[in-house]
Design a protein around this ligand. Structure first.
Ligand code: HPA
Length: 273
């Protein structure tokens, strides 16, 4: 079992020293969505590279910063740059941002990600609220961190994603006239995108969108009792769903085009919390 309190105690000490306030709401910004940080009032930005032993992402579009920011009277903790399992990190490293969220005392965690659409109703540019996760691919690694769940964690996990937070997100989307789809996020370990055969399997077993992050962050946050939700920006059709060939450039291009609507939704959610 990996003890995250021990593993990350140095990083938490540094952040406790540097934080300008105690944040309430944490947001993990997915592929190409890092620019959200430019649309809010930043109080302090900490480059992840300046924090000793912080695992640094090498993925294009994931430059690493921890921002302390404000919208109205809401105090935000924004993670720009994600730590991906497919880059060769241990799953425990990939849970650092969730761990920071917990240790800095945030009540809410909003996870965002780019994902490939499987469900016929999802198209590049669609937004999908994650109603559940399929994280079977990483059960073993997750258990290594969460341990065998005690009753407290088990109860918490029954509320992951958070029913209340998801309802606030639905209301926020409809008040902004945003067509928010809903579905199951299917986790793929990566590093490769899925094959058409794998996507077909995910579809048969109830996956609506597929991606390489978020599921473990949500499950771990949920087990800690953080009100957690996750929203996918569909950046492409999953492999085999359309004729076109997948690329990371397509993922970044679509998120670039869809970022305004995404920012609008996230801001409305924050104001409604
Ligand atoms: N598969 C996995 N991860 C992704 C995809 C995809 O199609 N699109 C964006 N991230």
């Amino acid at each position: 079992m990996v003890n995250l309190d021990y593993k990350f105690s140095g990083i938490i000490d540094i952040l406790n020293r540097l934080k300008p306030f105690n944040p309430d709401i944490a947001i993990i910004l997915g592929s190409g969505l890092g620019s959200f940080a430019k649309s809010v009032k930043i109080v302090k930005s900490i480059p992840c590279g300046s924090i000793e032993s912080y695992p640094l992402s090498s993925v294009e579009g994931h430059s690493g910063f921890i921002h302390f920011a404000e919208i109205g009277n809401k105090k935000l903790l924004l993670f720009e740059g994600r730590i991906h399992f497919y880059e060769g990190f241990r799953l425990s490293d990939c849970l650092l941002q969730t761990h920071i969220t917990h240790k800095l005392g945030c009540k809410y965690l909003i996870i965002t990600n780019a994902a490939g659409g499987i469900n016929n109703e999802l198209h590049p540019g669609s937004l999908m609220l994650n109603t559940s996760f399929n994280s079977m691919n990483i059960k073993n690694e997750l258990t290594e961190v969460t341990g065998l769940a005690d009753n407290y964690k088990k109860d918490n996990l029954l509320n992951c994603p958070s029913a209340d937070l998801n309802n606030i997100i639905r209301t926020s989307a409809s008040s902004e006239n945003i067509d928010l789809k809903e579905g199951v996020y299917w986790f793929n370990k990566g590093p490769a995108y899925e094959t058409p055969a794998e996507v077909k399997m995910a579809k048969i077993f109830g996956g609506d969108a597929v991606g390489m992050s978020s599921a473990h962050e949500a499950v771990y946050a949920g087990s800690l009792g953080i009100e957690t939700a996750s929203i996918s920006l569909i950046t492409n059709y999953a492999a085999g769903i359309s004729e076109s060939k997948l690329s990371h450039t397509e993922v970044i291009d679509t998120s670039e085009k869809a970022k305004y609507i995404f920012e609008k939704l996230i801001k409305r959610i924050i104001l409604n919390l």
